[in-house]
Design a binder for this molecule. Structure first.
Ligand code: NDP
Length: 401
């Protein structure tokens, strides 16, 4: 089932020259970090396709800078404006979800899957179906449809390389020849901006406060997920699909300095950790260059300058989203898909100031309860089931809000 643990050599890594890549979600935080690496790579990467959702201006600028074969905008209403901005530029232009899937299916050495949310599921699956290796940032793919996603990758012999810093860390230190000797996986969490706040104070958090992450510069959705600690819950679910370790042996610890990213504990009492500065270009560059390592434009750690590295247990009472994510994972069925859908809806509503910060957790809890009570929490068996269950959960979450 598990692919990351096998560390298969991608068929695409046969290529010693310039690697062709596609970036899904090119205008986002992971997308732009990826393209920064491409620009600084001295021609080692050629961009084949770039996609965005509505940000035509940024996408057009990237098209002019990187000269891909094709650019795709998800929202079809934006197509005329994109065409206008790219008048005279030699690039194919398309719009809509099926065009996103077509772009993802172009033959490349790696697709960086960095669309946010379940919106990335269909295009990333299309990339897998086409046999493209995946640098996976979009964790929601695994939370909503992990079993189907990994089965599809396995059936196609497709390599999934984790871009998420904690999973990239685990990938680097997980000894696949000793899988059965792995006792525990640990991922770290910064704790977000409200790590030390009491629950009364958290009730009145504003979107601007929640978006201000102490260590990482990320897109809005993952920044809110970090503030509620849902992000860590999503990541434990993600790890359970990527690594051959039972879910109850995957742990999260709070590490406010974000220097240690992942740890593997072996049965002999040895724990091996991966450390790096908090810069997503590290894990993205690792994936792009894998199985080789090359110099990256990231700050090398000087441990004498890091200050004390501290670790503490998460507080499941104040950060209920983390508890709900673990419950959904342990309960199984389609509950992680429902959790994800409810979370995406609630985060979007919070960002528009339609609900309060703690209402995110309340919405998720009540959506999960309703799914169980109404019998729509079963495991989806195909992509269509996943998307229907996702839509139903969103309707319920909106009613609750
Ligand atoms: P951003 O919000 O910064 O970027 C999201 C990208 O997806 C944008 O290019 C956006 O286009 C595009 N997009 C959004 N909605 C759709 C849609 N419906 N159809 C097609 N494209 C869409 O997100 P991040 O880069 O922060 O995160 C991307 C993913 O990577 C998330 O799953 C996140 O959890 C994960 N991740 C992010 C990290 C980070 O440091 N940012 C770290 C680890 C994982 P447009 O600009 O037009 O809206």
């Amino acid at each position: 089932m598990n692919l990351v643990s096998d560390k298969l050599l991608s068929t695409n890594d046969r290529n010693c020259g310039s690697k062709h890549i596609t970036v899904l979600g090119a205008t986002g935080s992971v997308g732009t970090s990826t393209l920064d690496l491409v620009e600084k790579s001295g021609g080692r990467f050629t961009v084949r396709a770039l996609t965005a959702n509505t940000n035509v201006t940024a996408l057009a600028k990237l098209a002019i800078r990187f000269r891909p074969q094709i650019v795709v905008i998800g929202d079809e209403k934006c197509l005329p404006q994109l065409r206008e901005l790219l008048t005279g530029v030699k690039v194919e232009i398309a719009a809509g979800e099926s065009a996103l899937c077509d772009a993802a299916s172009l033959d490349v050495d790696m697709v960086i899957a960095s669309i946010v949310g379940v919106a990335g599921l269909r295009p990333t699956l299309a990339a897998i179906e086409a046999g493209n290796s995946i640098g996976l940032a979009n964790k929601e793919c695994l939370v909503s449809a992990g079993t189907i996603f990994m089965a599809s990758a396995k059936a196609r012999g497709v390599q999934i390389l984790p871009v998420d810093s904690e999973h990239c860390a685990l990938f680097q230190i997980f000894d696949t020849s000793q899988s059965s000797a792995v006792e525990k996986l640990t991922i770290t969490a910064s704790g977000g901006p409200f790590r030390t706040w009491d629950i009364q104070r958290m009730e009145n958090v504003t979107p601007a406060q929640a978006l201000r992450h102490p260590n990482w510069d990320m897109g809005p959705k993952i920044s809110i997920d970090s503030a509620t600690m849902m992000n860590k819950g999503l990541e434990i679910i993600e790890a359970s699909h990527l690594f051959p370790v039972e879910p109850d042996r995957i742990d999260a610890v709070i590490h406010p300095q974000s220097i240690v990213h992942g740890l593997v504990t072996y049965v002999d009492g040895s724990t091996i950790a991966q450390l790096a500065s908090a810069d997503m270009r590290g894990p993205i560059g690792f994936c792009l260059d894998w199985p080789n390592r090359r110099k990256l434009p990231v700050k090398t750690l000087d441990l004498t300058e890091c200050g004390p590295l501290t670790f503490e247990k998460p507080d499941f009472e104040r950060f209920k989203c983390l508890q709900y994510a673990l419950d959904a994972m342990n309960e199984g069925g389609g509950l992680t898909n429902i959790l994800n859908a409810a979370n995406e809806c609630a985060v979007a509503a919070f960002l528009k100031s339609d609900i309060g910060f703690l209402d995110i957790a309340r919405t998720i809890e009540r959506t999960l309860d309703r799914a169980v009570a109404n019998g729509f929490g079963n495991a989806p068996s195909c992509l269509q089931d996943v998307l229907e269950q996702d839509a139903r959960a969103r309707t319920v979450a909106r009613e609750i809000m």
